[in-house]
Design a protein around this ligand. Structure first.
Ligand SMILES: Nc1ncnc2c1ncn2[C@@H]1O[C@H](COP(=O)(O)OP(=O)(O)OP(=O)(O)O)[C@@H](O)[C@H]1O
Length: 263
């Protein structure tokens, strides 16, 4: 009953307002999860807490110093997170319909061709697709490439004679950003005993982010796909194409008439 006055003054605009802000926070958290931005955000919150404590304890100089810093905190945040903000804005401004055929279907096709070849020749590989969660933290451990995804490029990177063949490649928005990337290994004890570090790394990155990773086994030539900490082993090239299209959102934005006619 005590809450009644509160509900009485609640307008539908307030509900909408709260929902939009909650959604924005949710998207920001998704975007920075697994990146250095999380540690930086934690660091900034320590400074905010120290500022209020200094105020309460009347530590004048410290309070003044932190206050001066906090007055420009907005600028600091923009500078520190410029990369993430840029990515978020590009993401928001992009119409899903524009992305459809051009970007992802071509990228998937090139990846499927490269993976089929590598599977046949038993060339070990890990290809990671970044989705919402930023993977900058891991990209920085590798060698920058910044190139359009292409079958031959992928094969030459993973060829055993290539200096870049160890580790994974990371693809963001259809561009191959880095090679020789070190991924976190999965610590899941329930993963099959036969799986070595390549497969554990491919699963590991999907445990700490929403990325999708594709692995080719050097030992058996088997193709596997990991997402959400789970791996689907020994899949065919058509299955890989289908799963990638599904996980990268291609199917959902394909025109309905196309789906109906071609299925
Ligand atoms: N943390 C890591 N991040 C990225 N790649 C890794 C990582 N650890 C190992 N690798 C890759 O995996 C290779 C070793 O694979 P290993 O034989 O141990 O695993 P596997 O799962 O049995 O794979 P395969 O079936 O291809 O033999 C390394 O040469 C390296 O390229």
């Amino acid at each position: 009953m005590e809450f009644w006055p509160f509900w009485k003054f609640l307008r539908w605009q307030d509900v909408l307002d709260i929902l939009i802000v909650a959604y924005l926070f949710y998207r920001i958290l998704l975007l920075i999860r697994g990146t250095r931005a999380v540690q930086m955000a934690a660091g900034l919150s320590v400074i905010v807490v120290m500022y209020f404590l200094a105020g309460e304890l009347k530590l004048l100089t410290l309070h003044w110093l932190l206050g001066t810093f906090m007055s420009s905190i907005f600028l600091v945040v923009v500078i520190i997170f410029q990369e993430d903000i840029r990515r978020a804005l590009i993401h928001m401004g992009r119409s899903p319909f524009v992305r459809v055929q051009t970007e992802y279907s071509q990228v998937i096709e090139e990846v499927v061709k490269a993976v089929s070849f590598m599977a046949e020749k038993k060339i070990g590989a890990i290809i990671v697709f970044e989705r919402e969660t930023g993977l900058n933290e891991f990209i920085e451990s590798g060698i920058p490439v910044e190139a359009r995804v292409n079958r031959d490029l992928l094969i030459s990177i993973f060829h055993p004679t290539s200096p870049l063949h160890d580790g994974a490649v990371i693809i963001r928005e259809g561009r191959l950003l880095a090679a020789s990337v070190i991924l976190p290994l999965s610590t899941n004890p329930h993963i099959g005993r036969g799986l070595g570090t390549r497969h554990r790394a491919a699963i590991g990155i999907t445990e700490v982010s929403d990325a999708v990773s594709v692995v080719v086994s050097e030992e058996t030539g088997a193709i596997s796909l990991a997402v959400g900490g789970k791996i689907t082993r020994d899949i065919s090239a058509p299955t890989l194409r289908k799963m990638l299209s599904e996980f990268l959102g291609f199917h959902s934005i394909e025109p309905w008439w196309r789906r109906k006619i071609f299925k």
